[in-house]
Design a protein around this ligand. Structure first.
Ligand code: NDP
Ligand SMILES: O=C(O)C1=N[C@H](C(=O)O)C[C@H](O)C1
Length: 245
């Protein structure tokens, strides 16, 4: 994503790159120190890991700048709490997926889950990604699971089912299942399956180019640069209102 972002910034005259950085312990030609980059920037775009994003958000909050766009996935609850705290001081857009299509899909999934009774329709989320991805389920799959749970008017945690193996018994009524494939260079495939006894509805999205995520992150960067402190998502940036809101 770092390379995709560099290309997107180079192609967008409204932006100028003031610096890029990776791990502080790694010195690489062309990368500058994190503090210098943060002082010079209006917005920092972060595609690292949940742990690294939380630490960076705290650093920006302590400095009082810059605004943030967080695209990383694989968060623990403590990371999310630290980001929420940082968002009291700086504006942060965080999304597991910056594509327009996925953010549209979130609304469609919520709507279908709201309309289809849990007694009749089972919901399963499936995702497939490249072999280098380190977190599972993907941030997008979790967004879609949240949307399905929200449509059903329940929190996701008590109904989610992450993986199945062995003699596990019949499917529990109302559970939302997740399944994961890893292989090759798959950029990102997501499906939400609504399965009844007599019909199946599948809502799906395929990512064809990482540049699309980078351009979406720049849309978020422009939006967040003139917003008040707070935590926002791509639905806010795109003006898409999930039905439950
Ligand atoms: N929201 C969205 O639309 C999208 C989100 N993503 C998410 O973005 C993240 C990155 O994906 P991708 O670019 O494919 O992954 P990569 O592993 O290629 O890139 C992650 C980068 O973050 C660096 N990094 C890791 N830890 C730290 C740290 N503590 N401080 C500074 N830098 C650090 C890594 O450095 P090193 O190589 O030294 O480990 C690496 O350069 C993932 O969480 C992925 O799920 C990806 C695509 C779209
Ligand atoms: O790691 C990736 O590559 C991707 N990660 C994001 C996720 O976890 O949902 C978004 C996209 O699917 C690509």
């Amino acid at each position: 994503m770092g390379r995709a972002l560099l290309a997107a910034v180079a192609a967008a005259p409204a932006f100028s790159l003031v610096g890029g950085f990776g791990r502080p312990e790694k010195v690489v030609d062309g990368l500058i120190h994190v503090d210098a980059a943060l002082r010079a920037a209006d917005v920092v775009v972060d595609f690292t890991t949940g742990q690294a994003s939380a630490a960076l958000a705290e650093k920006c909050a302590a400095m009082g700048r810059p605004a943030m766009v967080i695209g990383a996935t694989g968060f623990e609850d403590t990371h999310l709490a630290r980001i929420a705290e940082a968002a009291r001081k700086i504006a942060i857009v965080r999304s597991g997926n910056f594509s327009l299509g996925v953010n549209m899909l979130v609304g469609l999934v919520e709507r279908a889950a709201r309309s289809f009774p849990a007694e009749v329709w089972d919901i399963e989320v499936h995702e497939a990604h490249h072999r280098r991805k380190i977190d599972a389920p993907s941030g997008t799959a979790l967004m879609l699971g949240e949307a399905a749970a929200s449509g059903r008017g329940v929190p996701l945690a008590p109904v989610e089912r992450r993986g199945r193996d062995g003699i596990i018994g019949e499917r529990a009524l109302g559970e939302i299942g997740f399944s994961v494939l890893r292989g090759g260079g798959i950029i990102g495939e997501h499906s939400v399956v609504f399965a009844a006894d007599e019909e199946i509805l599948t809502l799906s999205h395929s990512a064809l180019d990482r540049g699309m995520f980078a351009r979406g992150a720049l849309t978020a960067a422009r939006w967040v640069s003139d917003h008040e402190p707070g935590e926002y998502d791509m639905q806010d940036v795109l003006g898409l209102s999930p039905i439950s809101r």
